[in-house]
Design a binder for this molecule. Structure first.
Ligand SMILES: *Cc1c(COP(=O)(O)O)cnc(C)c1O
Length: 373
């Protein structure tokens, strides 16, 4: 049996190596390492794939979040609501810009931000909501957009874990993650569902004015070279990364399908098991399974992780600590029990290996070991 990895980037690369190598060598020969034509080409291809009006590539997913908040002209002291159960990057840039992260509870089934908790946290200073489409499934965007409209707030979707996920509104309209709010932000970190060979990110918007502003902010605050209108940042997607992404984007549907079939295998084998709760499937959103995350009950999660590791089965805890327990986010201002769902999830979740290259032998081994333990 091949060694089991959380993500198997090497096998994924080898399957399309000739195409990837040719795309990279083309950039090397052109020496247009920055702003080569592949970058614009990728922006166009990704806009076509997602249905976003405009795609602006940038250096990484954290930058994308920061640029989004700068482009919306959020000001120090403005409050931005996000979930306490997420990756720190989401809240980090809020604080970095002098804005106030307001952490709220998540839904126990989807792990995504809970609309009722958002509404309860709104004050006159609230300016934006940042839903994170955690683990590959969209947050409750219909409710979130309705709240945003009612209170005149911006919505920045963090779709770093959910590229390609499709959300269906109650009137039947379907939209891809990242194209529903005012801005969508994503990451092409190598292990993401669409990953490059280094750092990369992008912003989505359907608003032409915002598109222009985002491009300006990401490019030192200039629309015209050497004329700086605002303080911006330098955040670019390298041409080599864009060339890799142009190739891999063609396989994204295949990658999603491969992840979904791994998830279906786990689901089938672990459903109704007394110690595991399989991931909830929200009928409103497709799930692209950036992570396959179980909730364990009646057994010690950390013990389980250790025993799996002894059998050569890696697993990860996303995330061991909610943001309101993190020193950097002012844990002293929060108290235990404030967000009981998130706090419980941090103690009970475990993510199993899921990648585009897993075979049945590996899956059967993982499941049988899980059941034995
Ligand atoms: C990966 C990730 C980011 C950050 O992306 P980087 O490219 O590593 O900066 C932000 N938010 C979420 C939810 C992520 O999973």
């Amino acid at each position: 049996m091949r060694t089991i990895q959380m993500v198997d980037l090497k096998s994924q690369y080898h399957r399309i190596k000739p195409e990837i190598d040719a795309a990279i060598f083309e950039v090397l020969e052109s020496t247009k390492f920055i702003k080569g034509p592949q970058v614009e080409e990728f922006a166009t291809n990704l806009a076509k794939y997602t249905g976003a009006g405009y795609v602006i590539p940038c250096a990484n997913g954290t930058d994308a979040l920061q640029i989004a908040m700068m482009a919306l002209n959020l000001q120090p002291g403005d409050e931005v609501i996000t979930a306490t159960f997420t990756y720190a990057a989401t809240a980090e840039v809020i604080a970095l810009l002098g804005l106030k992260p307001v952490l709220v509870e998540v839904n126990p089934d989807t792990f995504c931000i809970d609309p009722a908790s958002i509404e309860a946290a709104i004050t006159p200073k609230t300016k934006a909501i940042v839903p994170v489409h955690l683990f590959g499934q969209c947050a409750d965007m219909e409710s979130i957009m309705a709240i945003a409209k009612k209170h005149n707030l911006y919505v920045i979707e963090d779709l770093a874990q959910a590229i390609g996920s499709v959300y269906t509104f109650s009137d039947g309209t379907k939209k891809q993650a990242g194209t529903i709010g005012h801005i969508g932000t994503t990451s092409f970190f190598p292990s993401k569902n669409l990953g490059c060979f280094g750092d990369g990110g992008a912003l989505f918007t359907n608003d032409e004015t915002l598109w222009q502003t985002i491009k300006m902010v990401a490019n030192h605050g200039q629309r015209v070279q050497y004329y700086h209108e605002v303080i911006g940042v330098n955040s670019r997607l390298d041409t080599i990364q864009a060339a890799v992404l142009n190739v891999k984007l063609k396989y994204l549907d295949e990658y999603c399908a491969a992840r979904q079939s791994v998830a279906a295998y786990y689901d089938k084998e672990l459903a109704n098991h007394p110690n595991f709760k399989i991931p909830y499937r929200d009928p409103k959103s497709t799930h692209v399974f950036h992570q396959y995350t179980l909730q364990v009950c009646g057994i010690n999660r950390d013990e389980l992780k250790k025993k799996l590791a002894e059998k050569g089965i890696p697993s990860m805890i996303y995330y061991p600590l909610p943001l309101h327990y993190q020193k950097a986010f002012g844990s002293e201002n929060y108290h235990e029990g404030q967000f009981p769902i998130s706090e419980t999830l941090c103690k009970t979740v475990i993510s199993l290996p899921i990648s585009t290259e897993m075979d049945e032998e590996q899956l059967a081994f993982i499941v049988s070991e899980l059941k034995q333990i």
